[in-house]
Design a protein around this ligand. Structure first.
Ligand code: AFP
Length: 333
């Protein structure tokens, strides 16, 4: 290999190395943030290993119980949730964790006297109804810091997305992909199962500015606002194609890589939208914006919404800047 080829893509950089070198750029860093991300990496390797053995171990199928959203819990939902709680629960810099699977945030520490501790919100296993058919599933996370203006530490979970200090997702597909932003662009790592490490494969992921592709559950079109039907009619007339997995992580990952727009509008069944602001829409919005895209909930920028509940739902329109603009032309009429 020649020296000029020894650039980012060719150097062997693990997620851990990347985090440590980022930490070294901040002389006053305590290491707590690195610890949070390394807990997320550890938990996702654990979840990836269990998903990979699904069908061989008794982890498929339903628990015959419902989570706080009234959704059927899969066995792996529970396993993934426990893995994240166990990994994050052992890190001293984490004050609060909030999961899609738990009604209330879990307070790990009320001591906010020193450095501002972290609040981590996550959907442990997004798209888990695709598990039984060996479809792509994922973990989504959002990282905030304790808001000193709140009296109870758990209230720090209710901050708008613009205050996120990190966000990402892990896609458990044919390979396990960890996509991360710490507010300085988007980095992508792929798990090498032979060595148990996430390796950096792209240190500056950029979303294409346009691509004639939309991603939505079009079976819902009859239940949506007319603006979305008009958009889809327009897009079909322009020769767009449609792709939909039904796992937000997989649909957003494709949109990030290839361009296009991902939509989950309000429907009669879910008048506020189906997806959750704090651990689905906000982290995906931060990633997409950091990659050069746009993310809206109706006509409002998603990350500017002031949340009022941890499990709040919002409409989602995100993706390539030009494609989001096309949707907004219809939605803002
Ligand atoms: P599950 O986790 O229950 O499979 O739901 C997945 C999800 O929350 C999100 O990942 C998808 O984008 C969305 O629901 C799909 O919803 P529809 O099945 O209504 O299209």
């Amino acid at each position: 290999m020649t020296t000029e080829k020894l650039t980012a893509g060719h150097n062997l950089t693990s997620l851990q190395t990347f985090l440590l070198s980022e930490e070294a750029k901040h002389p006053h860093a305590t290491g707590a943030y690195t610890m949070v991300l390394s807990a997320l990496s550890l938990a996702s390797k654990f979840i990836a290993a269990r998903c990979r053995r699904a069908g061989l171990e008794d982890v498929l199928g339903s628990m015959n119980s419902e989570n706080v959203q009234g959704e059927n819990q899969q066995k792996l939902d529970v396993i993934a949730n426990e893995a994240l709680i166990r990994a994050l629960g052992s890190r001293p810099g984490v004050a609060v964790i909030a999961s899609e699977e738990d009604e209330e945030p879990i307070v790990l520490s009320r001591d906010t006297s020193g450095d501002r501790p972290y609040v981590v919100l996550f959907d442990p296993l997004d798209g888990s109804s695709n598990l039984d058919v060996c479809g792509g599933i994922g973990t989504i996370f959002s990282i905030l810091q304790h808001d000193r203006r709140t009296s109870r530490v758990e209230d720090s979970a209710l901050q708008p997305g613009v205050r996120q200090v990190g966000a990402g997702y892990v896609l458990y597909g044919p390979s396990t992909v960890f996509v991360l932003t710490t507010g300085k662009g988007v980095q992508m790592f792929v798990l090498d199962p032979a060595i148990g490490s996430f390796l950096l494969v792209n240190d500056d992921v950029r979303i294409p500015e346009s691509n004639k592709m939309y991603s939505m559950n079009s079976a819902n079109l009859g239940e949506c606002d007319e603006a979305y039907r008009d958009y889809v009619d327009w897009a079909n007339g322009e020769g767009y194609s449609m792709r939909y997995v039904g796992t937000m992580v997989a649909d957003v990952h494709r949109t990030l890589m290839k361009g296009g727009v991902f939509l989950y509008p309000p429907t009669k069944k879910s008048p506020k939208g189906k997806l959750r602001l704090m651990y689905e829409a906000n982290p995906m919005a931060m990633l997409i914006e950091q990659a050069g895209g746009k993310a809206y909930s109706g006509t409002q920028r998603t990350m500017e919404i002031q949340p009022d509940a941890v499990h709040q739902r919002v409409p989602v329109i995100l993706g390539s800047p030009n494609e989001v603009d096309h949707v907004l032309r219809f939605v803002s009429k």
